[in-house]
Design a protein around this ligand. Structure first.
Ligand SMILES: *Cc1c(COP(=O)(O)O)cnc(C)c1O
Length: 408
């Protein structure tokens, strides 16, 4: 008898985005002809920029020609792209990494979900609370946690590192032991960034506990605050205890194109001084279960990293950040308390008058016809907040902010 993976049944039901869609549909049925303004899902809206688009078109032309056609490429990624990434870390962040450390993928989400497979099933997982759901859910489905505990709205066996107003939404390293620590800065959903000192505390913890940090830097290009690290490897000692995941989704608009990368240094230490094992295993994982990212996407990635591409990405990011500023300013003018939205496309907004996340979500939908994302969907510490996303056309963002200002 075939049996389904019993750990999938442990995933808590009512995944956030389907539930939001259900509530919007229900509202739409009650309000025919009215338009909902969406500041919810973190999906990019602006077109791929010309230089990057041209590189992908040229690649398609080469693929359409017998003499320049290519099939499968290296599973680890095109050497030219890995070289461009290596140079990017060197030139922009002063971080020296060998070419071998870079693994190109079809996006940061799949890497964030797959990385747990190279670690022991007995690993204890720590995650920020609130957090991007894939870190926890991939470990639940991989059988690395206990069951869902409704009472505290979390899984048994996971160490939740609370991020709230008291710590400026930057979690502290946990008191207890954890083997794998997932960190995301600039943070989705709170928009918070971590200083060198705050990240150093995690590196110290990792050394003390022989843990590995999995650092999701998907929004690193949104950082404008002076002195905030863009890469975990800017912190001394990170090379032997941190894996970094990143993506072209949020800076080059590749959410639909699909391209990301993961850095697994050979110097990573696991199992008492056994270096290079994790690097070998990730290499093995990628070469065995993955056939490489799209060569068209990779041509776009190479262009995104040259000087013209960098300029285009910077202007795209700056467009979304201007949206974020408009949102934050508008909401603050109505008296709402807001965090984030400076080094991030997300404005983390406190629900007024003690409303819960879902109550404020409904309030904004009913009164202002604006859809947001309830903070509680990102973990128990997200309760009492909603995430407002700056991904949208400028005129739609302005209309939504105006509607919130006039109607709540
Ligand atoms: C959007 C996002 C990503 C990007 O995922 P892709 O699969 O590369 O599109 C990764 N991490 C976080 C926290 C995100 O919000």
């Amino acid at each position: 008898m075939a049996r389904a993976n019993e750990y999938f049944a442990r995933l808590s039901s009512g995944y956030l985005f389907p539930e939001i869609a259900r509530r919007i549909n229900e509202w739409q049925l009650r309000n025919p002809g009215k338009k909902v303004m969406r500041l919810g899902i973190g999906n990019t809206t602006e077109p791929i920029t010309p230089h990057i688009a041209k590189a992908m078109k040229d690649k398609i032309d080469r693929l359409s020609c017998r003499d320049t056609y290519t099939g499968y490429g290296d599973e680890q990624g095109d050497t030219a792209l890995r070289e461009a990434l290596r140079r990017h870390y060197q030139e922009e962040y002063g971080v020296s990494l060998p070419l071998d450390a870079f693994f190109v993928s079809d996006g940061a989400k799949s890497d964030a979900a797959n990385i747990q497979s190279i670690f022991s099933n007995s690993s204890i997982i720590a995650t920020q609370d609130p957090a991007y759901p894939v870190y926890v859910d991939s470990n639940v489905a991989g059988g690395h946690t206990g069951s869902y505990n409704k009472a505290y709205d979390g899984y048994e066996g996971i160490v939740y590192m609370r991020a709230d107003e008291s710590n400026g939404f930057v979690s502290c390293p946990p008191e207890e032991h954890a083997d794998l620590i997932y960190l995301c800065f600039p943070n989705n959903p709170t928009g918070a960034v971590a200083t060198k000192e705050q990240l150093s505390a995690f590196i110290d913890y990792a050394h003390k506990h022989k843990s590995i940090i999995i650092f999701d830097a998907a929004y690193s290009d949104y950082i404008e605050t002076e002195g905030i690290p863009h890469s975990i490897y800017e912190i001394d000692g990170a090379m032997d205890c941190a894996i970094e995941i990143n993506s072209f989704s949020k800076n080059a608009g590749f959410t639909g194109v699909r391209l990301g990368w993961t850095i697994v240094p050979e110097k990573l230490v696991c199992e008492d001084e056994n270096t290079s094992l994790l690097h070998q295993y990730w290499n093995r994982r990628q070469t065995t279960f993955f056939n490489g990212a799209s060569n068209i996407a990779q041509a776009g990635g190479i262009a995104a990293l040259d000087s013209e591409g960098r300029k285009e990405c910077a202007s795209l990011v700056s467009y979304y950040k201007q949206n974020a500023r408009i949102i934050r300013k508008g909401l603050e003018e109505t008296g709402l308390t807001c965090y984030g939205g400076i080094d991030s496309p997300y404005v983390w907004t406190k629900c007024p008058s003690g409303m819960s996340s879902w109550e404020f979500f409904s309030h904004l939908l009913e009164k202002a016809h604006v859809a947001t994302t309830p903070g509680s969907g990102f973990g128990p510490a997200g309760e009492g907040f909603v995430r407002i996303s700056a991904y949208g056309h400028r005129e739609d963002i302005e209309m939504a902010v105006k509607s919130i200002k006039e109607n709540i």
